[in-house]
Design a protein around this ligand. Structure first.
Ligand code: NAP
Length: 435
């Protein structure tokens, strides 16, 4: 067990932002130790539960994160909820600095009638399901033909791709076995993407958009009338590249492929329709009468907001932690020894690497405060936390447990004739971690 007379830092959340911050701190100063707390039984956050399973190049960042978790000055406490089994004050009393890195996992709401009908979900719930998140509810796709996805960001593209891609191409990923079974039985033939702005104004990353155009057995349907007036002159480079792609797709003859991806521009959902479950969506389109389109499933992919952490302030509009210079604000004043990083600080924007730059900034603030932080706590010992957790009936899963879970997932993969296959249930993860 690590004991230290130096700076003790608690990081709440083991996703990319938290792990990058831990790395910055322990590599900056030999006298800093970091304990990472994670509500789930496994670390890695968005990398494991947000990034789509077929984006293996992005997932390869896991190797870097493993090195950080294995660092002798870093300890991992999974299966420990801060704001639950441990309070924020438990941490503030025992660590010189506490860093909130809990991300943003709740899907934003449209605020339109019918949004809560059965068959209407946030993309966050669908992403959690296909990534084997242990809190995810199941999805049944075998009677679903037409799916609507609202939003024009990269998550919308991930969701559309996972619905349309040939499941055989997912066998080389770690997607959980029941999810792969369901995708293999899927009846989905049409995915409709509803973009509220015009074709010249989308937030997609062009690389991800091109990937959709390259899917086997999928036609991309773009109404030429909806892109005809849009010109790429003067647009930001990414928006111009996207628009050129939409023009090319609108001119491409359809191949009678078994599945279709329809792009609807300037299409604003105003109501989700159905008696007890979703049957259609009502759309307002510029210069066109209100229209309705039949759907069996609707996924809203319009951004994420952070889950509140008990004992930590949040900004009403965004759900983010209020901060000044990466230091948490309580009642308008900087709270000594509290910091934020990643999506819980800046909202759900940016790609994985954005969190690295963000972590460098938060870590720099902690390092700048280092002498004052050491004075903030007189003595104290983070190791009594282990006893405290035991008294509260919580058994944390450490880095060794995470390695045991990884071994179990590799063994499961070998049994199924695949590479690693994720465990997706709490009990299975806890059992594997304790084996
Ligand atoms: P996002 O990029 O912010 O996109 C959200 C979309 O929802 C926007 O198109 C927005 O439209 C639309 N929207 C918001 N409110 C709406 C409403 N009421 N009605 C209709 N549309 C609405 O969010 P995201 O897709 O959830 O992605 C979050 C972050 O993760 C992004 O930075 C993204 O790039 C990143 N990410 C990256 C990858 C990757 O690198 N492969 C994969 C997934 C996610 P407006 O544009 O009109 O506001």
């Amino acid at each position: 067990m690590v004991t230290s007379t130096g700076l003790r830092v608690a990081v709440v959340g083991s996703g990319p932002a938290g792990i990058y911050t831990a790395n910055e701190l322990v590599t900056a100063h030999p006298d800093i130790t970091v304990d990472i707390f994670e509500r789930l039984p496994v670390p890695m956050g968005l990398l494991r539960y947000g990034v789509a399973p077929d984006h293996t190049a992005i997932k390869s960042a896991a190797a870097v994160f493993e090195d950080v978790l294995a660092h002798p000055a870093v300890r991992l406490f999974c299966n420990v909820e801060v704001g639950g089994a441990l309070s924020v004050d438990d941490l503030r009393q025992r660590y010189h600095a506490v860093v909130y890195a809990t991300g943003a996992s709740t899907g934003e709401r449209l605020g339109i009638p019918g949004e809560d009908l059965q068959g209407s979900h946030s993309a966050a719930a669908f992403v959690a399901w296909y990534n084997g998140h242990p809190d995810a509810a199941g999805f049944r796709l075998r009677t679903v033909r037409a799916v609507g996805v609202v939003g024009a960001g990269n998550v919308a593209l991930d969701v559309a791709r996972m619905l349309l891609k040939a499941p055989v191409e997912l066998r080389c990923t770690d997607i959980p076995a029941p999810v792969l079974d369901e995708l293999e039985s899927s009846a989905v033939t049409d995915v409709h993407l509803f973009v509220r702005r015009g074709a010249a104004d989308t937030k997609f990353t062009t690389k991800e958009l091109r990937e959709l155009g390259g899917l086997a057995g999928v036609d991309i349907v773009v109404d030429p009338a909806h892109v005809a007036g849009a010109r790429s002159d003067g647009l930001p480079a990414a928006a111009a590249r996207n628009l050129n792609l939409f023009h090319a797709w609108s001119e491409r003859p359809l191949s009678q492929a078994p599945r279709r991806m329809h792009l609807h521009f300037e299409a604003r959902p105003v109501a989700v329709l159905g008696a007890d479950r979703v049957t259609a969506i009502r759309l307002e389109r510029s210069a066109e009468p209100v229209s309705e389109l039949s759907l069996d499933l609707l996924l809203r992919s319009i951004g994420y907001r952070p889950r509140p952490i008990a004992g930590v302030p949040s900004v009403d509009d965004t759900g983010t932690v209020p901060h000044r210079g990466h230091r948490v604000e309580r009642d308008g004043e900087i709270a000594a020894g509290e910091y934020a990083v990643g999506w819980v600080k800046r909202g759900a924007t940016g790609v994985l690497g954005t969190n690295r730059a963000d972590a460098e900034e938060t870590a720099a603030a902690i390092l700048a405060d280092h002498p004052a932080l050491l004075r903030r706590l007189d003595g104290g010992d983070a190791d009594v936390l282990v006893t405290l957790l035991a008294e509260r009936g919580v058994t944390p899963l450490d880095y060794g447990a995470w390695q045991a879970i990884a071994r179990s997932e590799n063994e499961l993969g070998a049994r199924l004739g695949r590479t690693r296959v994720k465990l997706h249930e709490w009990e299975a993860l806890l059992a594997a971690g304790r084996s």
